[in-house]
Design a protein around this ligand. Structure first.
Ligand SMILES: [Zn+2]
Length: 416
């Protein structure tokens, strides 16, 4: 971004708004003199980043409207660190609906479509309510089955004939498995596309990764990637060109920075930093999400010129330092998702006595003493250069540890 270029006026409105309404920013920005109406990118880059920890420690100071104007209170999942609370005003709910309308439209959802929702809508989960509101805004219909329950999901697919599913992709593998075991013909369903949340389905070159391929090898459906986090209250979504997830420029200002906080170039990897636009309840300035991805600036073949994000490479705080190498969880997922005999697995990252990361993989006990186990060890050796610790248990026990009833997403990895 040229340093002298001016910051968009909608972003300047966020700055003005937080300086008047957010206790946190009034204090943290008190030493900076914002006299001019416009800021260049260079001047903007002097504004300090907001970290997740800043919100966790000063959560109520980010609330920028009286509590009586709050329409909905959501929390982050808290898979890493303390959960944070995001307060949505009535206008934020409207913004969330427009965000999801735009997001689902990019993924090809149209007026009159029927969408089956396979995530929770309760437990203060923002995405669930966003999907509901967005589907209404699109004048489409929704079937709120919620997470899990493959039998109920299939009975609704067969009876209600939704064209679109919204789901965590690894759950789709369970649906496929259920269909195979119960004589459901995957070549004759109403489902044409799946809006995927929470997990990457593409590799660096935008081809389907092993998880994506495992789904489409069995089921002829079109998969769409999305990326979002609760704090931004906005989704990045793939269009039909499937060359990265588009930014919604009306709702979010995007920066991608290196470890020194400097903007990275086109196609380079960095941490995603966002500033909310038109948010009144919990507006955020230069919020460091901790998520790492590549940003692409060229106009997409669909005609949309908004920047696109590549697949999330990992979270900054999920980097595993292992015997001199750095590993992101996705590399581990790719290994185990790619082995059909591995029905379910759980990765446990712990510290050894020397504070080094230690990787333990929990696998179903049938794998021990088979050729598959040898293949797994070879794959770990070639991809990771090291061999993790393996432990074995009953499949049902592992599944219960991954698909926990009280969690919104499958917990394939845990840091302890
Ligand atoms: Zn596009």
């Amino acid at each position: 971004m040229p340093n002298q270029q001016l910051i968009p006026k909608e972003v300047m409105q966020t700055l003005t708004y937080v300086l008047h309404n957010s206790k946190y920013y009034k204090k943290s920005l008190s030493g900076i003199n914002f006299k001019q109406e416009d800021l260049s990118f260079h001047e903007w880059s002097n504004i300090p980043f907001t970290l997740k920890d800043d919100i966790a420690k000063n959560n109520l100071d980010f609330l920028s409207v009286p509590m009586t104007e709050i329409a909905d209170i959501v929390t982050t999942s808290g898979t890493m660190g303390d959960p944070v609370t995001v307060y949505l005003s009535r206008s934020d709910l409207k913004r969330l609906a427009l965000n999801e309308r735009d997001s689902l439209s990019l993924a090809g959802v149209r007026e009159g479509d029927l969408v089956q929702l396979m995530t929770t809508i309760d437990r203060q989960f923002m995405a669930g309510i966003a999907y509901y509101l967005g589907v209404q805004e699109l004048k489409a219909g929704i079937i709120r089955i919620g997470p899990g329950l493959p039998e109920l999901q299939w009975s609704s697919i067969i009876n209600n004939k939704p064209r679109v599913l919204i789901a965590v992709p690894s759950f789709i593998l369970i649906l496929i498995d259920f269909a195979k075991k119960h004589g459901i013909n995957l070549h004759d369903t109403s489902v044409e596309s799946i809006v995927c949340i929470g997990e990457s389905i593409r590799d660096d070159a935008f081809h389907l990764n092993v998880l994506g391929k495992r789904i489409t090898n069995d089921w002829d459906v079109n998969l769409f990637s999305t990326y979002a986090c609760t704090e931004m209250a906005t989704a990045f979504t793939e269009c039909h060109a499937q060359q990265g997830c588009h930014l919604n420029e009306k709702l979010l200002f995007l920066e991608v920075v290196d470890e020194h906080g400097n903007e990275v170039g086109d196609g380079e990897e960095g941490e995603i930093v966002i500033t909310t636009i038109a948010t009144t309840g919990t507006p955020l300035l230069r919020y460091k999400t901790g998520d790492i991805a590549k940003r692409f600036m060229q106009k997409c073949s669909c005609g949309n010129s908004a920047p696109r994000l590549g697949p999330i490479v990992g979270r900054k705080n999920q980097m595993i330092k292992y015997k001199g190498t750095t590993i992101f969880p996705q590399t581990l997922f790719d290994i185990f998702d790619n082995i059909e005999e591995v029905a379910c697995y759980k990765i446990i990252i712990s510290k050894d006595n020397f504070q080094n990361d230690q990787i333990t993989i929990l696998l179903q006990k049938e794998i021990l003493d088979t050729n598959i186990y040898k293949i797994i060890i070879e794959k770990c050796q070639s991809r990771l250069k090291v061999i993790p610790i393996f432990t074995f248990n009953e499949l049902e026990i592992i599944q219960a540890q991954v698909y926990k009833k009280n969690l919104r997403k499958p917990e394939k990895i845990v840091f302890i």
